[in-house]
Design a protein around this ligand. Sequence first.
Ligand code: GLU
Ligand code: ZN
Length: 498
Amino acid sequence: MKIRDRYAPSPTGLQHIGGVRTALFNYLFAQSQGGAFILRLEDTDRTRFDDAFVQNLYDTFTWLGFHWDEGPDRGGPVGPYIQSERFGLYQKHAQALVEKGLAYYCFCSPARLDALREEQAKTHAKETGYDRHCRNRSPAEGAARIAAGEAAVIRLKIPLGETTRFTDQLLGDIEWKNDAITPDPVLLKSDRFPTYHLANVVDDHLMGISHVLRAQEWLPSTPLHVIMYQLFGWDHPVFCHLPMVMGQDGKKLSKRHGSTSIDEFRGQGYLPEALINYVALLGASYEEGKDLYTLEELCSRFSLDKLSKAPAVFDYKKLAWYNGQYIRMKTDEALAALALPYGVNAGLFGELGTAPDAGQRAAFTAAMALIKERVSFLHEIPDKISYLFAEPLIPAAAEFIPKKLDLSQTIGLLGIGRDLVEPLAALSDTQAEAFIKERAEKEGVKLGDLMMPLRVALTGARVSPPLFGTIRILGAARSFARIDRALAVLQGYGSVTA
Ligand code: GLU
Ligand code: ZN
């Protein structure tokens, strides 16, 4: 059997973690089986549809970097892949069920259905929903009233007194009493639009879908779908309902927990590799002791028996950790290209929005090596390296003074440091370290004591990205200027101790 699966979003909102998880698992499953992954737009709900959401869907997956084999944008053998372009098919199939007596026209007015609902609520009726009022009308009567132009919906005639069974690939055998299913649900509305159930089942069949991997919240619809397959006389696909994604409080992941739309993650400087890696682990596990997977590795490792039944908990901290890992794996050039917009927006290169000149661009790229290990997000980068671009404020004298030393000793140390800057700017980290150690010994001072005032003068803070890299990027001339500025301020103080 050719494996074919699909992602079937309704474009009524931004792409979010749950949807992307469904899409990713379908993609990985198809890839792992040499099958095809299909995108189908389920845009039958025209009131909530918005073109912007379709655009967001395409943008999201372009950014994430994995794609379907067949879909509205790339065509395929079983298109169109947009449900609103397939309405004729749904009408035909609904009609066919009516002709076989497996579905029927319902002429109940909205007013009648409202009254029914009110009555059921008032009497706390055991049976709620449609009362199957039109179920036993003769097909001839239905046809005549339709021919006379009366409005009607088509409802499925659910076989009563039976039990529907299917096996979920993950959850096992499931059975559902037909009488407990929503009574005779609508397949085709009076405006001839299909409902989700009809369009979904007809399309999965016509598109040759072999596996339906979808969120667990769709599980209650599945018995109805199985009945529809049976009434149509079709085999149903393998169903596999994916574990829920929860927030840490055990409730379904939602905006209350934090960002959920991919746009938000993207804006906050998450890398697509990190999101994919993390989302691939939401409800699946691959190998003991391994956290980091490329998309290719996931494609070859994924299988349905690696899914877990237990709900997945979305841990923002873990995702941040992944992001840091992927930031670390970038080359300086690649990371600089990703982080540059954040630098521009933060005003790193002048006024807000100013692009860097060639020197600033080179410094920005070189600075990536200094902060790669220290950030989890792209947006943290400008702040961490702003001291390389604008002159840092000179802190109070106490900040410069190493423990147990005084102001005049500190001024002396900074003087020694000043002499080291020019050679240091030309040395690699290892060379610089050996060189400064040797000078500290020769001067009879502690290495830390020598470096502290130098660091504060050059970066404006006692804690900063690595000093030698900083000196290389600033160069000797700018370093001298900063040290001299600091010395002038320190010399203006009376006596201060740390
Ligand atoms: N259109 C449905 C959704 O928005 C599809 C559910 C399914 O996969 O059957 O998720
Ligand atoms: Zn009716």
